[in-house]
Design a protein around this ligand. Structure first.
Ligand code: FRU
Length: 489
């Protein structure tokens, strides 16, 4: 079938499904597909002044399947508009899927670089992967080029995992990092270079793990940040270690110094980027304002996804600005444009000392800012309960002695394995910025020192916000909340 027909057929399937969907958990201001399944963000790019985001998408079902690229664009990173599906699989080089990849603006030609996924034996999950290009001059319709695949096979010392190209320009050359794995199943990232995005030469290994860092590194992204170089990766197969690596797969980074002449990347150890349940496959772009902006997939492989019953599954996180903090720590904060979502502001508290304060509200699209003064605080822990008081609440607790932040979703849909803990050195002050969007929570603590992202599935009508202190009082410096806009309505 011709690509145009495949895309039309997929659009038709989405339209039909949309009419039958149950909207109880649909998000109000996050990127989702019109219906059915999505996973990784792909192809983050600014093109002709607009932001484009693509995503791994199965338009025929609420479960993962032959991967297409869904497509949205926005002028402001807040109001998104769906465009027709950009890539459909089924050609010789991508017979079973157009897997994750990236986008660049090549002198006015919007170029997508993606992985072709091809089974030789689907039952036994035996496959090969290659790298391909599709181009567009209107930012809507994409043509796969005749030279595909532009990289037909992995280097000889690698196994068959060979995917998720992220491309950028440095001086006059294009560079590509790819997720890969050695013959001994050790995760690594490899590097290629090209003068024209068509012919690629293999440069070598950019970074490689060991047995404890997983069998495959998915979705690499490599960029300069304030003079350092950051390699973001999504390793598969790291074992849980106390409060670390609690999700099936992780997303995190290595930071250090890179030399383009010698391809030497000297870096420190692996750090997780987010400490919630549902954060994976992050990708970034450098926008025209010079900001490094990141978006992740806001779910996790093999987890419970109750929205499948409703005919859809998966969403992307809010766009986050990535900056470098002290001690080479990568920080993530909501991009400032997200203030455009604010509809009604309620400033309810300033400088009040208490151990409990409750706001009854039925709003389920909220931004909350809560600032606790921890100097001279005699409480053991302080925190906030949100969405569904008592019965189905989601609870964030900061434990002053242990200096840990805990996100507890065990009453809000994550009955098993509902708790995540992470270290946060909040000495003087704990500042929480929380975005609630019906079935998601994103927490930015102390200006991005810690973020926690999880999907939640409360069913209660009685929502609310409750600040608390255990075994003592706390001075609440500020509590402000905003009712947020539903951009899809
Ligand atoms: C990451 C990933 C990628 C792959 C894509 C397939 O979540 O497994 O490595 O390209 O999803 O949908």
């Amino acid at each position: 079938m011709l690509t145009v027909n495949r895309i039309q057929q997929a659009e038709e399937a989405l339209k039909n499904k949309k009419e039958k969907m149950n909207n109880r958990y649909r998000l109000g201001y996050h990127i989702m597909a019109p219906a059915n399944w999505i996973n990784d963000p792909n192809g983050l790019v600014q093109y002709k002044g607009e932001y484009h985001v693509f995503y791994q998408h199965h338009p025929y079902d609420e479960n993962w399947g032959p991967m297409h690229w869904g497509h949205v664009k926005s002028k402001d990173l807040v109001h998104w508009e769906h465009l027709p599906i950009a890539l459909a699989p089924g050609d010789a080089c991508d017979s079973d899927g157009c897997f994750s990849g990236s986008a660049v603006d090549n002198n006015g030609e919007l170029t997508l670089i993606y992985t072709g996924h091809n089974y030789t034996d689907k039952e036994k999950d035996i496959f090969y992967q290659n790298q391909n290009i599709a181009v567009s001059t209107d930012g809507v319709t994409f043509y796969k080029i005749a030279e595909n695949p532009v990289i037909p096979e992995p280097p000889t010392d690698s196994n068959h995992h060979f995917r998720d190209p992220k491309v950028w320009k440095y001086k006059d050359s294009w560079y590509m990092v790819l997720g890969n794995s050695t013959k001994e199943n050790v995760g690594r990232v490899i590097l290629y270079c090209s003068p024209d995005l068509r012919t690629w030469s293999y440069i070598g290994v950019l970074a490689q793990g060991n047995e404890s860092l997983g069998f495959m590194w998915e979705c690499p992204d490599f960029f300069e940040l304030d003079g350092k170089h950051v390699l973001m990766i999504s390793p598969q197969g790291i074992k849980k270690d106390g409060d670390l690596y609690n999700n099936l797969f992780q997303t995190g980074y290595l930071i250090g110094d890179y030399n383009y002449e010698t391809n030497e990347f000297t870096h420190g150890s692996f750090n997780e980027l987010d400490n919630g349940h549902d954060f994976y496959a992050i990708q970034t772009l450098l926008d025209e304002k010079g900001r490094r902006i990141a978006i992740g997939w806001m779910d996790m492989w093999e987890s419970d996804m109750p929205t499948k019953e409703d005919g859809w599954c998966g969403a992307l996180t809010l766009p986050r600005e990535v900056t470098l903090g002290e001690n080479d720590k990568v920080l993530m904060n909501p991009v400032e444009e997200l203030n455009l979502l604010r509809e009604i502001e309620h400033n309810t508290l300033t400088n009040v000392t208490s151990n409990s304060y409750l706001i009854e509200t039925n709003d389920d699209l909220l931004e909350i800012k809560a600032v606790f003064d921890l100097t001279n605080c005699n409480a053991q822990s302080v925190g906030i309960k949100i969405r569904g008081i008592n019965q189905e609440e989601t609870v964030l607790t900061y434990h002053l002695d242990k200096q840990t932040l805990k996100l507890d979703c065990s009453k809000s849909g994550k009955v098993e394995d509902g708790v995540r803990n992470t270290i946060l050195r909040a000495n003087q002050e704990l500042s929480l910025r929380i975005f609630l969007d019906r079935s998601s929570i994103e927490v930015f603590a102390n200006e991005g020192q810690t973020t926690m992202t999880s999907r939640i599935y409360p069913t209660e009508d009685r929502l609310g916000i409750e600040l608390f202190a255990d075994s003592g009082d706390v001075k609440i410096k500020e509590l402000t909340y905003w009712k947020l806009k539903d951009i899809w309505k």
